[in-house]
Design a protein around this ligand. Structure first.
Ligand SMILES: [Zn+2]
Length: 480
């Protein structure tokens, strides 16, 4: 364990290895409890993996403790991660993905079913669980089942038997459920089990061959435009069908993942106001990075807005600092404008977006080291999520408590009470905690990432909020 900075009088005493039950005394840390909606200075004691005591401090005891130093929060819940086992273990395995999750502060991950084969049968879920157990990681892995057989979009997957086997919802992520009638059936059938359908909203007829967000950057770079309307029109379709289905199946629930545009977030805002059972998430990369990065700019979205809230021109600003067409920036949906990134942050602040989900999508170097338009979509992001989110917090764009809630209680609420992902700082229960030093910056390098996927546009960059310790189910998951 690294010693905390002198000016931050925090002592940590840990004597464990990964998987071992944790003994821990944290004194004078900043505790964020999104369940109780409380944050402040506190002492925390863990004995034999059990959260034995939380003592909130006040008066002189709390002097000098603030949210800029060591922060303790419930372990994060990632609604959207791609570990590549089975099928592409060169890009990620269950074991390497769980290590990466723990390094990122996550104690629960929800795995997308777009493995090869797709997780569309209960025996594949059993295989996943065996791989999790064999990894020795205490991080909890939950799984979405495919919505359609083989994710082929032709007939429903075995939704009933998958639900009974314990999947937490259904998704064809990697792709949308293109057929409206199948999407409707999936919502209704999953809804009878009280499980959500997680749609990746994209009208693929509008994105055929698309490479970069439709706009100035794509035009100048000569990349084929990817219109925001491809997302908004899919969201509109999904919401219209949800409104129908929920009249017949009250348990039907829709979760829209990785929303990236002002327009689609506005549709969800209105649908929520109308009382529809819809939730959504945004990713760390969509709230912080923008399409300027494809041109070689490296400023955050909030630095690329003019006083009127419009996207600035990176060429006119002299903001281009590196070479263009970095294929680690190719992602689906694409990095959008700074206006859309600001809309993602606004959606988190007003509750339109329920969660921050990483869409962790590791790829091998061989697959990514090609022309921009030929590279597979995805960013290896589970280890840099906290750092990007804290950049937004440090820039005054997101309150720390809102950010922590979007990584803990928000995703747990999306999953519902049956999924077993509820974060809690409950005395007498096994501890699920992350401890990070908000002001301790670390450099993202290929070696520093536990993920096999080194496909991150943040390689070489410093991020705040180095994770010091992650405890899952009372057991040590990561220690710096
Ligand atoms: Zn997706």
């Amino acid at each position: 364990m690294r010693a905390a900075a002198e000016s931050r009088p925090v002592s940590l005493g840990v004597s464990t290895d990964v998987g071992r039950k944790v003994e821990l005394d944290i004194s004078r840390a900043w505790l964020v409890d999104p369940v109780e909606g409380r944050e402040g200075a506190a002492d925390i004691v863990v004995r034999g993996g059990i959260l034995e005591a939380i003592m909130w401090l006040d008066g002189r005891d709390a002097d000098g403790v603030d949210d800029r130093g060591v922060v303790v929060a419930p372990g994060f819940v990632d609604l959207h991660a791609h570990f590549r086992e089975p099928g592409n273990e060169a890009a990620e395995t269950i074991a390497s993905g769980l290590s990466a999750a723990a390094h990122g502060g996550f104690t629960t991950v929800c795995l997308m079913p777009n493995t090869s084969p797709a997780l569309d049968q209960p025996w594949l879920l059993a295989g996943l669980r065996a791989a999790v157990a064999a990894s020795g990681s205490p991080v909890r892995a939950l799984a979405f089942g495919a919505a359609t057989a083989g994710r082929a979009g032709e007939q429903l997957a075995s939704i009933g038997s998958l639900a009974e086997a314990g999947v937490i919802g259904f998704s064809d992520d990697g792709a949308p459920i293109r057929s409206a009638v199948l999407f409707r059936s999936a919502l209704a059938y999953a809804g009878t089990f009280g499980l959500p359908v997680v749609d990746h909203p994209e009208d693929a007829t509008l994105t055929d061959g698309a490479e970069a967000n439709d706009g100035l950057i794509a035009t100048v770079l000569g990349l084929k435009g990817w219109p925001g309307s491809a997302e908004a029109s899919a969201v509109a379709r999904d919401l219209a069908i949800l409104a129908d289905v929920v009249r017949e199946v009250p348990g039907a629930r829709l979760h829209l993942t990785h929303l990236s545009t002002e327009g689609s977030l506005e549709l969800v805002r209105r649908a929520k106001a109308d009382g529809l059972p819809v939730t959504c998430d945004v990713t760390p990369h969509h709230l912080a990075l923008t399409d300027e990065w494809l041109a070689g700019a490296r400023r955050f979205g909030w630095e690329a807005l003019d006083a009127d809230g419009r996207a600035r021109d990176p060429w006119r600003d002299g903001a281009i600092v590196t070479r263009p067409y970095d294929s680690s920036l190719r992602v689906n949906p694409p990095l959008r404008s700074s206006v859309d990134a600001a809309a993602c942050l606004a959606a988190l602040r007003d509750g339109t977006a329920d969660a921050i989900a990483t869409d962790h999508a590791p790829h091998t170097e061989v697959d990514k080291d090609v022309e921009f338009g030929l590279a597979p979509n995805g960013i290896s992001g589970i280890e840099t999520a906290l750092g990007l989110v804290l950049e937004a917090v440090d820039a005054g764009r997101l309150p720390l408590a809102t950010a922590i809630a979007a990584l803990t209680t928000g995703p747990a609420r999306v999953l519902g009470s049956g999924a077993g992902a509820e974060p809690g700082l409950i005395e007498g229960q096994p501890a699920n905690l992350v401890i990070f030093d908000r002001s301790d910056r670390w450099t993202v390098t290929g070696e520093s990432l536990a993920s096999r996927g080194k496909n991150s546009p943040l390689i070489g960059r410093d991020l705040p909020g180095r994770v010091m310790l992650t405890i899952a189910g009372g057991r040590l998951a990561f220690e710096a």
